[in-house]
Ligand binder design. Structure first.
Ligand code: GLC
Length: 552
């Protein structure tokens, strides 16, 4: 049964969505890798936390070169995660608890093991099989230089040369991410047909919504001209304007086809895009009424602990979204980002930047990071729109900074940069559920988790935090319950209380949110009713690194 509310078609406008990285959530079968059967056993926890929906990162069969974002079959489940029957049971059981299920669709690229790519490799240049991807001859007299200067999101050139069946060097193919993730050519009708057929397949199984992975990469300008950026500077899609392979206008036609499909279901399915683009207006273009419903807001995520930057991220997002009738999705973390407790516990809180986080552990103050992460959560959860919580952020988990090289090497960012960037393994360490030593209840036995858990995580475990009013988990639960009861209103109800200085204060629905990002204690209106505070309020004042919700 799909859950219904009086406003069922717009559930995403106010939902709290919990991101599950299934490999690291719960291991049901004791092989040290999380799976769907395990996840089902913890749906009660997610409903009890106050989530409305769960987003699962990819569950498809995958050689797992990029954490499952390299898909070799769009219509199945990776055997390590379970079966299609497990998936159906997951959806059923989630719905029984009022939780919607959002899947991740990786449609900019496939795995190099996908039958389409394998067929393309064995077919000649110019063949229909090759036209599903971007195969091109190289430049230079012997074709030994890449076809253009585009760079790869994980470091290096975006092109790899193939070898012909007779062993001689062949054409090159485009990969915006790892070489094992060749880009699909969405200009080729059979690509759209195949991928949208798969999305339809999942929607028919009852999936409530889809996250479109790396959406701005999905269209390339005809002729694949050189980019004007300096390839030495690395991948920086947030500053690219007029890039021939990022945020090119053709993406909007693709999204319209996805939306058409989503709208053909009853109730309509939801589309959330991952679009890291150069401005709120560029982002809003993805959210026009016939495109996606919402998008993760990366300006907010990257703002760090800085009142001005947070203020402008919010102040620019709200009118841009309102102009197209969409709502934002606010997030503090994901499977791609340094954990929020760690980012905000550093001297330079803006240093955290995707997987390319070069900052070493030295400057970390974990206590300060925890305080700020709670304060940031009340800013995030107090904003109108959808809020996304990455698994473990509700436990206050820090980034694991001392993973051994073989664990870091599970991320191509680490390997492709020769270890210069730590990559994302540190935020993907399996969750601690109970007990004082690894695997902390992650596996039903003493199986070694696929990424090693730190020895001091016992206090972060769900069982250790449950029932402890001072814990991160109970704090999140209280905040989510209040949010659900009082609501954060619509974009039109949003208003600023302060417009500069270190105090960020705004009204949102029935809440007044006041956050102190400065260094002194701020006075609070003595008549105001405090609904929740992220920390102590000594003498009724609001200390640094603390947020309160007041009732209006
Ligand atoms: C998105 C995913 C990330 C993945 C990349 C390539 O950014 O969130 O994990 O590596 O796309 O698919």
């Amino acid at each position: 049964m799909t859950p219904t509310t009086p406003d069922a078609t717009a559930w995403w406008r106010h939902a709290v969505i919990y991101e599950v990285y299934p490999w690291s959530f719960v291991d049901g079968d004791g092989d040290g890798v999380g799976d769907l059967a395990g996840a089902i056993t913890r749906l009660d926890d997610l409903a009890g936390l106050g989530a409305d929906a769960v987003w699962f990162t990819p569950w498809f069969p995958s050689p797992w070169v990029d954490g499952g974002y390299d898909v070799s079959d769009y219509e199945n489940v990776d055997p390590r995660l379970g079966t299609l029957d497990d998936l159906d049971r997951l959806v059923r059981e989630a719905h029984q608890r009022g939780l919607r299920v959002v899947m991740d669709m990786v449609a900019n690229h496939t795995s190099d093991q996908h039958p389409w790519f394998q067929a393309a490799l064995s077919a000649p240049p110019g063949s229909p099989e090759r036209s599903r991807y971007f195969f091109r001859d190289g430049r230079g007299p012997d074709g030994s230089e890449p076809p253009n200067n585009w760079i790869c999101g994980f470091g290096g050139s975006a092109w790899r040369r193939t070898t012909d069946p007779d062993g001689s060097p062949g054409q090159w193919y485009l990969h915006t991410f790892s070489p094992e993730q060749p880009d699909l050519n969405w200009g080729e009708p059979s690509v759209a047909e195949g991928v949208l057929g798969a999305v339809d397949f999942w929607f028919r199984r009852g999936i409530d919504g889809v996250r479109v992975d790396a959406a701005p990469a999905m269209w390339k300008v005809d002729g694949l001209p050189d980019a004007t950026y300096d390839p030495e500077e690395g991948f920086n899609s947030r500053s690219w304007v007029d890039s021939p392979h990022w945020d090119a206008d053709g993406i909007h036609g693709i999204l319209r086809a996805w939306r058409h499909l989503a709208d053909s279901f009853t109730p309509p399915r939801m589309i959330v895009v991952e679009s890291v683009v150069s401005s709120p207006d560029r982002l809003a273009a993805y959210l026009r009424p016939d495109e996606a419903h919402t998008a993760f807001n990366f300006d907010f995520l990257y703002a760090g602990w800085d009142a001005d930057r947070l203020r402008s991220a919010i102040a620019e997002a709200i009118p841009a979204h309102a102009s197209v009738g969409a709502t934002p999705t606010w997030a503090l973390g994901s499977h791609d980002e340094t954990r929020v407790v760690t980012r905000l516990g550093r001297g330079d809180t803006q240093a955290g930047n995707l997987a390319f986080d070069h900052v070493e552990p030295g400057s970390l103050d974990r206590e300060r990071g925890s305080r700020r992460a709670r304060a940031a959560a009340l800013i995030q959860l107090g904003l109108p729109g959808m809020a996304c919580i990455y698994q473990g952020d509700e436990l206050g988990l820090p980034e694991v900074m001392d993973l051994p090289p073989e664990a870091l090497a599970t991320d191509p960012v680490y390997t492709r940069t020769g270890g210069a960037a730590r990559g994302r393994a540190g935020c993907r360490v399996p969750l601690p559920w109970a007990g004082q030593q690894p695997p902390y209840g992650f596996s039903p036995n003493d199986a070694q988790p696929w990424l090693p858990q730190p020895a001091d995580w016992g206090g972060y475990a769900v069982a250790a935090q449950r029932g402890d009013d001072g814990s991160f988990l109970e704090f999140y639960r209280r905040a989510l319950a209040l949010r659900r009861r009082l609501g954060t209103g619509d974009l039109a109800d949003f208003g600023w209380v302060t417009t500069d200085g270190p105090v960020l204060a705004f009204d949102s629905g029935r809440l007044r949110v006041v956050a102190n990002l400065g260094i002194g204690i701020e006075l609070l209106d003595p008549d105001a009713t405090v609904l929740i505070a992220s920390g102590e309020l000594p003498g009724g004042g609001l200390p640094p690194d603390t947020t309160v919700w007041l009732s209006r």
